[in-house]
Design a protein around this ligand. Structure first.
Ligand SMILES: [Zn+2]
Length: 238
């Protein structure tokens, strides 16, 4: 089979992204060392395949690994405001997902979960929130990324009354006490969660489907910021 592909190289200088490191056994920031792009048509020129081949180096341990990202223009998807995009398929070499027992990092730290559970207040019972966090950690360690996204969504919908709000979007738009970085984190969380709910949770089966990757559930810092603020607010309640 012959393919006519447009092959080009791209300047990777300064490019960084998250990739699974085979040495660190988790996702870490990597510097991109080289990028080769390929564009080819199949099925009589009707379907276009876009591929990126990346050589990347872990910023932590220096280990070099390889990433293949592919998109196909027959698989157009739409985000919540109707903008079309092409879902990415990512494959990493060597693949650490196959060896999942070695990835032990928790989504939410044990200390945070314990603190949330210990903050029992007359006004707010944190038992359910604590259990959602425990289940989120379990799902994350088992690479159940749909479950992670559903639980993150549930957490986000559960907590607004703590901030005297009825909806999470009101925390994003009208809650000033947490400061600028808190607001940025909440904005990120809100946008990603809505995108997931619209695009995945409530979407009927199609001819081509994509599943969430570890990278797409990486809201650890945002969730941690949310939990930190919840703890701060609840501690002020006598
Ligand atoms: Zn590493």
């Amino acid at each position: 089979m012959k393919h006519d592909a447009d092959i080009s190289t791209q300047d990777p200088s300064g490019m960084k992204d998250w990739f699974p490191c085979p040495e660190c056994r988790r996702e870490t920031t990597h510097s991109v060392l080289s990028i080769v792009n390929s564009r080819r048509f199949e099925e009589d020129g009707l379907v276009q395949f876009l591929e990126n081949y990346l050589t990347v180096r872990c910023d932590g341990c220096g280990t070099i690994s390889f990433s293949h990202v592919s998109r196909c223009d027959a698989e157009v998807d739409y985000n919540e405001d109707g903008t079309p995009f092409l879902p990415k398929r990512k494959q990493h070499y060597p693949d650490i997902q196959a060896d999942s027992a070695n990835i032990q990092d928790a989504f939410v730290s044990e200390a945070r979960v314990e603190e949330i559970e210990s903050l029992q207040k007359e006004q707010f019972d944190t038992t359910k929130l604590g259990q959602l966090l425990v289940e989120l950690n379990r799902a994350y360690s088992e690479h159940s990324y749909f479950t992670c996204l559903m639980l993150i969504r549930a957490i986000v919908d559960h907590v607004p009354p703590i901030f005297k709000k009825t909806k999470f979007s009101e925390i994003v738009n009208n809650y000033a006490d947490g400061g600028k970085s808190f607001r940025e984190s909440m904005k990120h969380l809100d946008a990603s969660c809505r995108k997931f709910a619209d695009g995945s949770l409530h979407c009927q089966i199609r001819s081509k489907e994509s599943v969430p990757t570890r990278h797409q559930v990486e809201f650890k810092a945002d969730i941690d910021a949310l939990l930190g603020e919840i703890i701060r607010v609840l501690k002020q309640i006598p």
